[in-house]
Structures are given as C-alpha cells and as structure tokens.
Design a protein around this ligand. Sequence first.
Ligand code: ATP
Ligand code: MG
Length: 383
Amino acid sequence: MKVILLRFGELFLKGANRKVFERALVKNIKDKLSGLGYSFQETFGRYVISKFREEDLDELVDKLKTVFGLHSLSIAEELEATPEAIREFVSKINIGKKTFKVSVKRADKHFPISSMEFSKDLGGIIFHNTQDAVVDLYHPQIEVCVDIRFNNKAYVYTDTIMCQGGLPLGTSGDALLLLSGGIDSPVAGYMMAKRGLNLEALHFHSYPYTSEQAKEKVLTLAKKLGKYCGKIKLHIISFTKVQEEIHKNCAPEFMITIMRRIMMRVAERICEKNKLGAIITGESLGQVASQTMQSITVTNAVLKEKPVFRPCLGMDKEEIIAISNKIDCFETSILPYEDCCTVFLPKNPVIKPTIGHCLKEESFLNVEELVEYALSSEEIVEI
Ligand code: ATP
Ligand code: MG
C-alpha cells in the first residue's frame, strides 16, 4: 500500500513537553488536510498517512510541506515487516542505469536479520534484476531505504522530501506581526511562526496618501503567509492623522522616529487587548536610518512590557529575499505602492536619536490622544 511517511524533528528534544507538541502537530496536520480523504496513524516516532486517493497525493504532499514541526516526508510502500515480503517488493524495483545502495534501518530489533546483512541481501536482489545498475555505497544516485518500524510494518522509499522543520504552530504562543507591504516583514512573520508562534498582524495605512492597492497588497501578503500560518486576524489602522500631526508639529528629521514610537504604542495596546505576547517586526540592523541601534533603542523605550522579536536583525537583504521567494511573497512585496513609512519622508532622518530628543519632539503632540485616535480607526479582517 502506498503511504506518506512523516518525520518530525526537534520534538524529540522537548522532554516532558513532548506530548503537548505532538498533540499540536497532529492537530495542525489534520487542520491542514481537512477536506481530503485519508487515514492517519501514529507509530512511535513517525506518522503514516494512508488510504488516500492517488490523485490527491500531490495536494497532500504540498500541504504537508507547509506544516511547521514536520521535518521531512517520504512517499513509501508499506509492507508487512517480514524478510519475504520485503524481498519480494524490492525484487520489482528497477534502478535503471544508475548507481544505488540499499539502507536498512531497524527500529524494531525483533526483525530476524541484522541491518547490514539485510542491506547486502536486498542490494544483491536489485543488482541481479537490473542490468546496468552499479552499487555505490558512498555517493549513490538512488538510495533504497527500508525502514522497519515497531508496528510490524516496513516502509520502502527512495526519496526524502524536506519539510519546514521548526515547531508546531501555536506551541510558543501568540504574537502580533507588524506587516507592511515590504519584503522584510512577511519574512519575519514566517520565521517566528516557524518557531511556533501563532500570528495576528497589524498594518498601518495612510489613506489617501497611500492607495487602496497598497492595502490590497498587504491582504495578499497575509494570505500568502496563511498558507503556512493558517488563518490570520489582520488589524488595519489608519495612521493618516498621526502622520499629519507629526509632520505639522515635529522637526522633519524626527518624522520616522516619532512615527515608529507611536506605532509601537498602538501595537502594544492591540497586544494587550488580544492577549498577544510579543511584537514582531522585519527590521534588519543598519538597513535604514530607522533601524540603527539607537533608533531601535528609542522605539523599544515606549513599550511597557512586550518584547519585540526581530528575526531579520542579523540577516543581509539577499538572505531575506531568498526566504521571501521561498514563501512566494517576493513578487507581491516588490509591487511599487507607497507604504505609510514613505509618506512625508524626511531628506535627512536622524540616525542616532536619543530618548531626550524624542521626548522633546513628542512634547509638541498629544501622544495619548493620537494613540487612541489611531486605535479607534481599527478595522479587522480575517484572512
Ligand atoms: P519591510 O520590508 O518589512 O517593509 P522595510 O525595510 O521597508 O521593511 P521599514 O519601513 O523601516 O523597513 O519598517 C520596518 C518594520 O516596521 C517593518 O518590517 C514592519 O515590521 C514595520 N512596519 C513598517 N511599516 C509598517 C506599516 N505600514 N504597517 C505595519 N508595520 C509596518
Ligand atoms: Mg517598509
């Protein structure tokens, strides 16, 4: 019977928490595959998906590849774990004009033949049945793997497909992703979701300075992230008035710094209201003036309690773009619509702001009122 064999990686490290992680992983897998017919079986250290329709196989594999916490999968033949059944199946494998080796792994040591011996035995069978096949134990083009498990079954496969790795979604808690229309923030969201954080997202727009298309773009990005993260609750906030007030009252070079401090205050309030434990941004150290150590210091300083996770902090743009492409966001991210951060952009933003500077500029504003005003514009979309 053809099955999909699923392996989970890091869960092994989790000791007492292991059960919690496994339960979450199984639930996430079942949620992802809902609507498709299949049977799900847990055997120690592996999951097996079987009894699906052949024409659903590609869709099943595509979906499983987006589940955090799964390490890899193989499309395998499930057999009774007897030497005869395995020999018979292997005798039908045609390697063609390739180099190969056979690797037997026995999780269940009750199997009567040692792994080494049985590998040689099966290798001999394939060798005899396939003209031109050449054994290469070190760099084979094809590795025929025979995995003998505790459930009295053996799994035979030749390919291993890598999955996302990471930790099951939700097992690290819930957090708020500041989602712009740019390249970095969707990548940051993906990276933290991969570490088990369930995401809600927050987007600021400055309509009519920013367009309807800019907002659409963010909806598209949230949807693309949703392929990995499931449904995302997106909080949309109008930042127009805040930006106009800063523009009117503060020194131009502080525009972005003060704006970011107000964004963070709004974000923390949304976290409090929605029980979210952290804020996530796509900042990368030194990328622009608002992402220097000093700028990060003064934006963090407005937060009472929530930490800010910045997984892109130590990454180069090329590294961020590689992930952006992998999660299929790049083409959308580079669409040329204005982001609210580019409205009223000063020529010379401060690179090393101090808290003293910021407090002075903010004394020209009613910050609390602006935060409240922004919060009152909140629109919520479930994507
Ligand atoms: P990105 O590619 O994510 O837009 P960026 O390089 O353009 O990043 P900035 O515009 O300085 O950098 O933004 C830094 C971070 O602040 C973003 O990664 C995002 O997390 C957050 N941010 C910026 N603009 C917005 C916005 N309009 N709505 C929500 N969050 C935003
Ligand atoms: Mg941006």
